[in-house]
Design a protein around this ligand. Sequence first.
Ligand code: FE
Length: 215
Amino acid sequence: MSGHHHDHDHAHEHDHDHDNHYSDMQARVKALETLLTEKGLIDPAAIDAIVETYETKVGPRNGARVVANAWADPAFAAWLKRDATAAIASLGYTGRQGEHMRAVFNTPDTHNLVVCTLCSCYPWSVLGLPPVWYKAPAYRSRAVIDPRGVLSEFGVTLPSTTKIRVWDSTAELRYLVIPLRPDGTEGWGEDALSDLVTRDAMIGTGLALSPETLR
Ligand code: FE
């Protein structure tokens, strides 16, 4: 598997404190949700809808702005390539202390795919909440073993000559995929460009939308 960046020593430097923290928080949230539902104060379906909105719309908008800036401004793209943490912070999107970002740019020859093989490390500051499938053991193992198969299940078929690089996230280093800018977007402003950038495109399980899909 050429271009495969999975690091098998990664377990030794992986910090899992954050996951214990989130498990505890999730348990508290679940308890609260149950209590409020039993008292007839909330509808669980409404909560699911809100979470879905944060997963797919609100959270990833930050990342979409980063990508749109990179597409529209070569100087910003160069900065993002050199020091993603600083370039992203300049737009006001900062993560928890110790979280470093790396932007991986898709090219016509290479497609990038992000996973956390050990748990669910995810670039919260730019993508918001991770989708359920990102945390699922099936994705975490198969993204490494069979990235092309995983991509096809997401509806992404790449030429057989395109290399796929898999990046394994850690608590210390999170990845943001910069998808290829779609054809037919010459002269577009950042607002319009950012509408083409989906959450999955920034994980690498999708591609940026083509302009036609917005019409
Ligand atoms: Fe993790």
